[in-house]
Design a protein around this ligand. Structure first.
Ligand SMILES: [Zn+2]
Length: 281
């Protein structure tokens, strides 16, 4: 990606080097929540959706976004990608007569507190709808490379854009609708299917951003393939070594994730991202 020299978002809260304090207050419930907040690595976000309503927002240290520190390439890269998502989504929203509220991205190390509870780096990057913040430990990018073999800056950008996709879903009220549908009863398999649709839509939204980025010639040759291989690498079936049953899918298969990221990339249109209605999800 051609990101150097790009505008850096100031909506970055750098909590690295800060202690998250004890992740306490909820016992086993909180532990479940910690397990649940995992977004991109594929632990079940369904539980999070159900618990989030009841979870009491934790005492937040009121930190003000300060932007990424200079001379820190990994953080600067994230700040440039975030800024670009801000521009893309502001444009998409205003074309629809809506206003895009920019989210804050929290950089953390080790463990972190969010309005959705505490989380550790092991659970991967996640978005918390209650405080509308994306939480990211940069070590996940090394993990992405080492464990999933998805190297490259566009693969990293895709991860950020996927989490931003969840923010877009929150602003559009899609998160809430899914949560209500899941709480109104129905089968576990049905609730899981909704979770998969939500995840695949976030992938598609990441693609919509990628489409706009490619129009601005931010992308290098091979970037799209890089994003697609990242999407393929973190499908639920890959993560569990192929031993999955459809009921336990929460993010979608590699094939589904690639297909929806591609849909967003090719169309650049959020209306093409109706993963809920699509019969060929
Ligand atoms: Zn997700």
């Amino acid at each position: 990606m051609k990101w150097e020299g790009g505008r850096r978002s100031t909506n970055i809260e750098d909590r690295r080097g800060m202690s998250a304090g004890t992740i306490g207050g909820g016992g086993i419930g909180m532990l479940l929540l910690v397990l649940a907040v995992s977004c991109i690595t594929g632990t079940n976000p369904l539980a999070l959706l159900q618990i989030v309503e009841q979870a009491q927002p934790e005492q937040q240290t009121q930190s003000v976004p300060t932007g990424a520190p200079t001379g820190d390439p990994a953080a600067e890269f994230v700040a440039v990608v975030l800024a670009d998502t801000e521009e893309t989504w502001t444009r998409v929203f205003s074309a629809a007569g809506k206003r895009y509220q920019e989210p804050v991205l929290v950089l953390f190390e080790g463990s972190v507190r969010s309005a959705c509870g505490g989380a550790s780096a092991a659970s991967g990057p996640f978005y918390c709808p209650s405080d509308q913040k994306v939480y990211l430990d940069l070590s996940f990018f090394r993990e992405l490379d080492k464990r999933f073999g998805a190297a490259g800056d566009f693969a990293q950008a895709y991860v950020v854009a996927h989490e931003i996709g969840h923010h877009v879903q929150t602003l559009l009220g899609i998160n809430r609708q899914v949560q209500e549908a899941q709480q109104s009863g129905g089968s576990r398999a049905g609730a899981n299917a909704l979770s998969v649709s939500l995840e695949l839509q976030a992938d598609c939204f990441a693609g919509v951003w990628g489409n706009h980025a490619s129009k601005k010639s931010l992308l290098d040759e091979g970037d799209v393939e890089e994003g697609l291989s990242a999407a393929a690498a973190i499908g639920d079936d890959r993560l569990t070594g192929g031993r999955v049953s459809p009921e336990s899918f929460t993010h979608g298969t590699s094939e589904q994730r690639v297909r929806w990221l591609k849909t967003g990339l090719q169309t650049g249109d959020i209306n093409a991202c109706d993963t809920f209605r699509s019969t060929t999800r």
